[in-house]
Design a protein around this ligand. Sequence first.
Ligand SMILES: C[S@@+](CC[C@H](N)C(=O)[O-])C[C@H]1O[C@@H](n2cnc3c(N)ncnc32)[C@H](O)[C@@H]1O
Length: 419
Amino acid sequence: MHYIRLLKSPTQSRSGKKHMLDLVFTITTDLGDSFLYPDEPINLTIHAEIPSDSDSKKKDLVDLSLRTGKLQWRSGMRVAKPSVDISRLMQLPSNSKSKVSICISTESFSARSVSDILATTAVSEEEEPAGQIMPVWITLGHAEAEVEVSTRRLYLPGTSEQEDYVELEEEIGESIARHIWDAGVIAFCAIAESWILPMPTDTEPSGLKSLKKLFAGPKPINVLELGCGVGILGGGLSAVIPRMRPPPSRRCTILMTDLEGAESRTRSNMSRLLQARRAKSSSSPPVKLLYENLDWEQGRKGEFDFETQNHRWDLVMLSDCTYNVDMLPALVETLSALHTSNMAHAAASSSSSGEASSGEQLLSTKVFLATKPRHASEEALFDLLSQEGWTELHRQTLPLPVLGAETQSVELYLYEKLQ
Ligand SMILES: C[S@@+](CC[C@H](N)C(=O)[O-])C[C@H]1O[C@@H](n2cnc3c(N)ncnc32)[C@H](O)[C@@H]1O
């Protein structure tokens, strides 16, 4: 997949009487190492989403005109620097102006929704699906204040509602840290679709079916995410769980974890998700979303902070965390240390209730892992998991076409470790 990425915060300028917004962006893969190189030029569009005058819940879409007329991305390009006329937006009352969102997108191959993205991962014998390009959004905000973050939106399946999307912020600039990555996006989309849309059980992949069963059971469920990044998987699931069909009747706790440097952006996204959830429903949300730092170098020694230590984890999940082979031993040993902590919780709860603990639920730990294989050396992961006593329960491979390049793939695994 390719992503439109802002390289600099947008700035405002004047051109005669016109108010212009100057943008600098590129289109690259998730690692930022490969620019979009299309066979044919791809038309880009820039539009604004403005709160509607007639209905506060609706938004009006306005195409913004460009100084240069037409904007295209051609093979060989590394950056685009368009200026768009935002004079019309500047005339809006200030409370509407601060809510205006601007989207840079492509006319074709646009990865706007969960369904768009999954359509490209479907294996078809007749036609090779093309790769996709994810649009980027910014909010104009107040007055001249600098736009510090851009966002990604993924519209959820099964609804035509304009508002039904998951939105997460990313950092603006050249760094590839604090962004969403392919494996997280694909894993989130696959889970969201299987939970929101009723799927014939015989065609539903068995790993996704097992996950759904885990969430649909009668007891509260605790989920821990390792290396959560900006929160595509954990944060995304927190938005999807209330929409599950049928909706879960019990509480779910999702604890996202990462290195300290990731904390502020993840917390910012947690506030964003909470706000979006509150705008939709006044009833108490069935999901508690938490964050705590967890460095795998500490985790491998069983050194966990309060939240991580304090729960029994029904599911541990991670996406795109296995590309750095040097970190694989620490990561796998962290998984095993979490399993040890789980077993201690099970033993403590059975001794306090005076019963012998029994049943698969109490005596195993499950891990959902999404990865986009980038290099053969990453396969060391599977040996390490096996050496530590983790067993593969399910595996699903989704093709990921890439425009102008070879098709890649995302693999989804469900692992289990028994007592
Ligand atoms: C490629 S990003 C994936 C982020 C997110 N899971 C996603 O799919 O978008 C890898 C993440 O692993 C985290 N990470 C790397 N080394 C780590 C370590 N030693 N302990 C904890 N997290 C680590 C990084 O901070 C980063 O957020």
